[in-house]
Ligand binder design. Structure first.
Ligand SMILES: [Zn+2]
Length: 384
């Protein structure tokens, strides 16, 4: 993993490389960000940079022996610690699974994915006493063969009081050891540890950064990549899951535009559309692409609608606004501006909020969307 593989976070990458070059690498740091912002990816890229035999000004070389070993997660000076299950078990016992998940899923993985991988089912993972003892053993009085000896401890939130065994290592470090704690929730980290580490806060990657990455890495089309990007709320882990489970297959924008058009027209078309939306097959038009719309997709559809209407509101308030809409969406929006007053857009948004609430609570989809269609139809009409 190189810095260039990490989505966004340009300022932090720059800062980390610069402190290294200036010989001011902080000994204990916490990389903190919400799930999917890339803190583990950044930690891996940083470790590779510190261990690289010929590091450049901004990134590791990616070619040397050290880089290759880090990439395979087998560098002898890069140690990992993470939540495990089972009394007396330590991270080393799960190293095979750890390498597998990093290779298969990549560093944008969630704790849930990891716990599933090691078969935790309903068990709580933790970083236990045996593991803390093992870390202390690895990091006391020894010197690595490279420049640094590094610990990437993923999810310090899972350390219980035994984590205090690490305080001495953090406070009186052996020379050239670097501790990178990779966390999501600051309030769940032991205060004793938190207060002794430098905090490195990651921001959520932007919609644009996520969309670009989805196109580049997963070869999604532009429209679908953008759709996932704004639905995942800056969480690339979620974006990958959405892309994997086929959320990208249905084109929400087209579907949504067609729905509004049909609500405008009213009557039978609405009944057919609702049928199509809920069963996946259009009763009259067989050429229409079949869709798969479970509850989750219906919620996504409405969330997309909320996004679209928020942008539409901006556009109505100021036609010169730079929106986040694509060209096609923009056309739909411009067409709608004349047909909907601001207060009506607002009412439709409230309607979507309510509908999401009921879909999530298993209410009947056909009835909900028929009702929503009728309400939207009426909101279109009173305008001159
Ligand atoms: Zn290298």
């Amino acid at each position: 993993m190189q810095f260039s593989d990490v989505i966004g976070q340009e300022k932090l990458k720059h800062h980390l490389a610069e402190t290294f070059r200036a010989g001011r690498t902080a000994h204990a740091q916490i990389f903190l960000g919400i799930e999917g912002s890339g803190q583990l990816a950044l930690a891996l890229a940083y470790a590779q940079y510190l261990l690289c035999e010929t590091p450049g000004e901004h990134d590791s070389c990616g070619q040397c022996n050290a880089c290759k070993k880090v990439k395979k997660h087998i560098h002898p000076d890069l140690h990992f610690s993470y939540p495990t299950i089972g009394t007396g078990k330590i991270s080393t016992d799960f190293v095979k699974e750890w390498r597998e998940i990093l290779n298969e899923t990549g560093p944008y993985l969630s704790v849930m994915q990891w716990l599933q991988k090691i078969g935790a089912e309903n068990q709580q993972g933790n970083i236990n006493k045996a593991e803390c003892v093992d870390i202390a053993r690895k990091f006391s009085f020894t010197k690595g063969e490279g420049r640094y000896k590094i610990l990437v401890l993923w999810m310090p939130e899972f350390l219980d009081k035994e984590g205090n065994r690490l305080l001495k290592l953090i406070e009186e470090p052996e020379p050239d050891t670097v501790f990178i704690l990779v966390a999501e929730r600051q309030e769940k980290i032991l205060n004793t540890i938190l207060s002794r580490c430098q905090l490195v806060k990651l921001s959520r990657p932007s919609d644009e950064e996520i969309a670009n990455r989805l196109q580049q890495d997963l070869h999604l089309g532009q429209a679908q990549a953008r759709q996932i990007a704004f639905l995942c709320e800056g969480n690339y882990t979620k974006a990958l899951q959405m892309a994997g489970d086929g959320t990208a297959d249905s084109d929400l924008a087209t579907l949504f535009a067609s729905w509004l058009r049909i609500c405008y027209q009213g009557r039978e078309n609405m009944v057919h559309w609702v049928e199509y939306f809920n069963s996946g097959k259009h009763p009259l038009d067989e050429k229409l692409k079949p869709i798969s719309m479970g509850r989750k997709e219906q919620v996504l559809f409405l969330q997309y609608g909320l996004f679209f209407l928020r942008e539409l509101t901006q556009l109505k308030l100021n036609p010169q606004t730079q929106t986040r809409l694509s060209d096609t969406e923009q056309k739909t929006a411009v067409g709608l501006i004349k047909l909907l007053a601001l207060e009506h857009i607002d009412k439709i948004m409230q309607l979507f909020d309510d509908t999401i609430y009921f879909v999530e609570r298993n209410a009947n989809g056909k009835i909900l969307f028929m009702d929503a269609s009728l309400q939207i139809h009426r909101l279109f009409k009173p305008l001159p």
